[in-house]
Design a protein around this ligand. Structure first.
Ligand code: IMP
Ligand code: MG
Length: 205
């Protein structure tokens, strides 16, 4: 039978990351946050959420698609009972900068009135997406509304966001992996990496 997964293992010695698809590794300038660092931090966040919401009716709301990997790990790091729901907003398309325009592509399945809603995001960049979502959800009268974001790029903020928990604060660089994409690709990388500029600015080549 033919070999179905002839992956090439490339090891990034600095962070001990193994990449099985060489073409994808070649697009990465460097690993910013390793898979181990992410897992440790997600466990911390899970414990903090356990304490904050003990005894409450907790609903995690993941913003698709970027937060799928984060919420999958985060919900398993939370030991108190909770439910999950999903919401989809428009993305930047093939651009790597925010348009500031937010559109709801898929709304929640469940009402959130009287419940403790925790929005799960991959990254807060300009803040436009979360500013819009907090306005939208506040109007539905949840018992509380807070945000947990894996990444925060504070230097890019255009709108203030309060009440949020952060996994990592990062510099102003376009990052991919662990759910985050460029042009819908790279979400499957287990770490957060920085793309080579020529990947998103082909003119540089
Ligand atoms: P904001 O509205 O500018 O805060 O950003 C909203 C969304 O843009 C995030 O939830 C991400 O999906 C996407 N985004 C922002 N910065 C990055 C990045 O560095 N890599 C990948 N996606 C990003
Ligand atoms: Mg997002």
């Amino acid at each position: 039978m033919a070999e179905r997964s002839p992956g090439v293992a490339v090891v990034n010695e600095e962070k001990s990351e193994v990449c099985v698809q060489k073409s994808m590794c070649q697009d990465i300038e460097r690993v910013l946050i390793s898979a181990e660092e992410i897992q440790d931090r997600v466990r911390d966040l899970g414990r903090q959420i356990d304490e904050r919401y003990a005894g409450e009716d907790l609903l995690l709301i993941a913003v698709l698609k970027g937060s799928i990997v984060f919420i999958a790990d985060l919900m398993r790091a939370i030991s108190i009972p909770h439910e999950v729901d999903f919401l989809a907003t428009s993305s930047y398309g093939a651009s790597s900068t925010s348009s500031g325009v937010v559109r709801i592509l898929k709304d929640l399945n469940e009402p959130i009135g009287g419940r403790h809603a925790l929005l799960v995001e991959d990254i807060i960049d300009s803040g436009h997406t979360l500013a819009y979502l907090t306005r939208l959800f506040s109007a539905r009268n949840p018992a509380s509304l807070e945000i947990v974001t894996l990444l925060d790029k504070p230097s890019r903020r255009e709108v203030d966001i309060d009440l949020f928990w952060t996994g990592f604060s990062i510099p102003n660089e376009f990052v991919i992996g662990y759910g985050l994409d460029f042009n819908q690709k790279y979400r499957n990388l287990p770490y957060i990496g920085v793309l080579k500029p020529e990947v998103y600015q082909p003119d540089l080549e």
